[in-house]
Design a protein around this ligand. Sequence first.
Ligand SMILES: [Zn+2]
Ligand SMILES: [Zn+2]
Length: 116
Amino acid sequence: MSQSPANVATNIKAEREAGRVSIDWADGHHSEYDATALRLRCPCAFCQGEVGRPGWLDTNPTLTAEQTQLVDMRLVGAYAIAPTWGDGHDTGFYTFDTLRADCPCATCAAERETTR
Ligand SMILES: [Zn+2]
Ligand SMILES: [Zn+2]
């Protein structure tokens, strides 16, 4: 696993009220993730499906307020976070690698555009 400062989280905050997760990275970068956007990317087998099998998110579900409500978040080892959603769903592990690669800030978005 690559351990560059760009995907080491030094500070993680679950902002339940704002519906946001914010992360400070070891290289000084700061990311903020919208809870709804995170839920729509839930990487668990149920949501994304497994090889040859579509997942729940493939059915383009309409998410309820509960399903996008961030109620808790735990650290999985040193490599991922697992949010708990208002409907009790908590099986999605979001690795720091993918979170950093998907940083929604303008700088990172522009960078992804140019390397595409
Ligand atoms: Zn899921
Ligand atoms: Zn960024």
